[in-house]
Design a binder for this molecule. Sequence first.
Ligand code: KIV
Length: 281
Amino acid sequence: MSTPTQTKRISVPEIRARKGAEPITVLTAYTMPMARLLDPHMDILLVGDSLGMVLYGMDTTLGVTLDMMIAHGTAVMRGSERACVVVDMPFASYQESPEQAYRNSARVMAETGCGAVKLEGGVEMAATIEFLTRRSVPVMGHVGLMPQSVNSYGGFKVQGRDDQAARRIVDDARAVADAGAFAMVVEGVIEPLGREITNAVDVPTIGIGASPACDGQVLVTEDLVGLFSEFTPKFVRQYADLGPKIAEAAASYAEDVRARRFPGPAECFGGGPLDSKKKAV
Ligand code: KIV
């Protein structure tokens, strides 16, 4: 009996080794079909808690639950075979204590089969990151603008504009790297700071609204393809505009249904419309 060939996923150590080398490609994925489309092109698929805003219409990410992340993480694992899948830990699932973080991140890893979890925080989360990484839970950090802290910032605001704030973020990045994170997202900081953080830490930085000097880049896929129109941050580059195409398709379908042009013979079983006496086979 021959062994079935299995595509090997990109591993956490392989990502870690990409520091300063070929840029790391990352997009968010929340569902199986999207994961299938993105997987051949991405090093990392991030199941971000941004799904609360993008898929569920929440104003912030704070209402996202662990069960939601596990359901979407499982779907993305089913739709991918090559990329390293990283699942976000949602608000209040890890901040209380290292033990709480371990219990919940172990659940995410075991139930989804993902390669790593991501959590937001700097110096204050270093002990937790160390606790997790020493217990075989690979962690991606997230510093700079941390969306789960939106209420403390008073809005989604670019971070590190003054010197003191910039120093704090560099300290955060160093603490996260020293605690054992294999990579970190650097979000919403002024460009020179994104560059400085990348030079200051020995693990890959993944920028979003940060700097081209980062070791990789991430965007929310729905922003990239024009499927999220609530607001468009300055750092987004839109590569496709699928929203109007979907609306057009829905309008054409509705017209065909109303005019009884859909379904046609090709879309009916038995080669033609069923009369009321025939059974579907
Ligand atoms: O939740 C998310 O999608 C993220 C990325 C935007 C970095 O954290």
